[in-house]
Design a protein around this ligand. Sequence first.
Ligand code: DOR
Length: 452
Amino acid sequence: MKKEKEETNIKNSSLITHRSSLLIKGGRVIDPSSNLDEITDILIENGKITKIGKIQDSTLKQVQGKTQSSGLRDLDVIDAKGKVVVPGLIDMHVHLREPGYEYKETIKTGTEAARAGGFTVVCCMPNTNPVNDSRSVTEFILDRTIKEGSTDVYPIGAISKGLKGEELSEMADLVEAGCVAFSDDGKSVMDSELMRRAMEYAIALGVPIISHCEDTNLSKGGVMNEGFVSTELGLQGIPDSAEEVIISRDLLLAEITGVKLHIAHVSTKGSVRLIKEAKERGIGVTAETCPHYFLLTDNEVRGYDSDAKVNPPLRTEEDIEAIKQGLKDGTIDVIATDHAPHNIAEKLVEFDYAPFGIVGLETALSLSLKLVEWGVLTINELIEKMTANPARILGLKKGILNVGSDADVTIIDMNQKVTVDPMKFRSKGRNTPFKGAKLKGLPIITILRGKT
Ligand code: DOR
């Protein structure tokens, strides 16, 4: 069933395949899935990669001849000298908000933002209105993507109907319609029995469960990290244990059931430790974090800036160090954005009343390159966490540069400097605590199935 669904998405997406030929010349080509890291060329024909390696003039002439005789456009050449060429980035945790919250984001604006950020694939969370707990919503998202999308979109179905945590969604139907995983993200599944059954169905359907880990009894009323800063500011805190209690439970359930469990947005030192130990014990768990969790602390909240209000909350230096270590030693497999756009007016209220969420699609790569600058990760390890690893977790034939694979390619200028200006975002969301940040390294061209 899984295989069929993948093919459905790929078939649908082929509607926007570019039919001419493209040569990416002389870039540093990095493909973590095949340990490739060399200065070379990539030839793309009809939306697929047809050659990786030094392209001789004779091959070029042949390609030019082919494109002209078949009435296609001539060969385009991108001079990638001095640039880094990687598989199209994959963001496995995005809120596209459509259907229902189009005033925050749409599939059109969200995927435009993704494309600008170097992504060719995004996975969208089900907390829309209606919730993506039924085939018709999944089909709507895929249909809208074909019509208006700038990237591929793989929907994530709800674990529970209406995200209420009471009754399972029609999981088999959702997978058949095109969902690649299940999550109640934004909400925690507090009923352990329901979570266990969801895991059992997920195994049968061959997809992972993505867990938003938050014990809502412990986090109730909290608006930021519980600690010195929350005490000083007089704001109610969310303790680390709110995340860690549910991670512990889900790790136990994953051990019992054998499900592929993926922990969303890891934010605490204790979570990293729990996941590391579980991996060492052979539990099938993977994990993601987001740039704000390895770059910012709860000090960001000091000005009561609601753009720094996110769930789970920004934590402390100690947590940042543990997350960096977790990224380095492989405990954390993926960097995702948890792109959570909100309307400006919604965030322009007292801190207590503002919604949780930070936008991330247009800053993720530049922010994550900090890890390379600091020597936490090599560029190859970083790209792996944004391409091959999420593809492997979700079973997507993406995130690779292979002859025959979709020509999804991102070209990065490692030296380009950028100042984050939310008013220039393609996303409708402007809610980022990184406004004004000066960063280095930017995706300059994002190619989806051969189309720049
Ligand atoms: O900050 C967040 N915002 N965390 C979530 O888990 C959900 C998200 C949203 O949907 O706004």
